[in-house]
Design a protein around this ligand. Structure first.
Ligand code: ZN
Length: 134
């Protein structure tokens, strides 16, 4: 697989409304999009940091994986997303060949128009890893 850069950092928050002013008013980052991803039970907000994005993730339901992450004491960085230039499907099959546990067996639609798939943190030394392509 060919990874070109970090596409975004996913950051879990209880309330986007509460934390957004920190990113926009204090850090001065550009907020450009808010989007609900129904099947993931999250509301997302995107900010630009040069070519990289920050994806704030707010749970929309008590059984959202983001709510579970927060309830288990998780705070801050939830996942790291890499931009794959030669396709998420190919990257997944390479990871599978290396014995990496896949959360998604095939690419699916994610926020901000990306095709995405997640690798399990048990196989990636604790980092929930997202692979994305545009
Ligand atoms: Zn993400």
């Amino acid at each position: 697989m060919k990874i070109s850069r970090i596409e975004h950092l996913g950051i879990a928050v209880q309330s986007i409304a509460d934390v957004l002013p920190y990113y926009t008013d204090v850090l001065g980052l550009e907020f450009y999009k808010e989007e609900v991803v129904e099947d993931q039970k999250v509301k997302t907000a995107f900010l630009r940091v040069g070519e990289v994005k920050i994806e704030l993730l707010e749970p929309t339901s008590p059984d959202s994986t983001i709510q579970k992450f927060l309830d288990n004491g998780g705070r801050g960085v939830h996942h790291v997303a890499f931009k794959v230039e030669d396709g998420v499907a190919k990257a997944l099959s390479e990871c599978d060949q290396h014995g990496i546990r896949l959360i998604d067996k095939a690419p699916r639609g994610g926020a901000d128009g990306l095709k995405i798939a997640f690798l399990h943190p048990k196989s990636t030394y604790g980092i929930l890893t997202e692979l994305c392509e545009e």
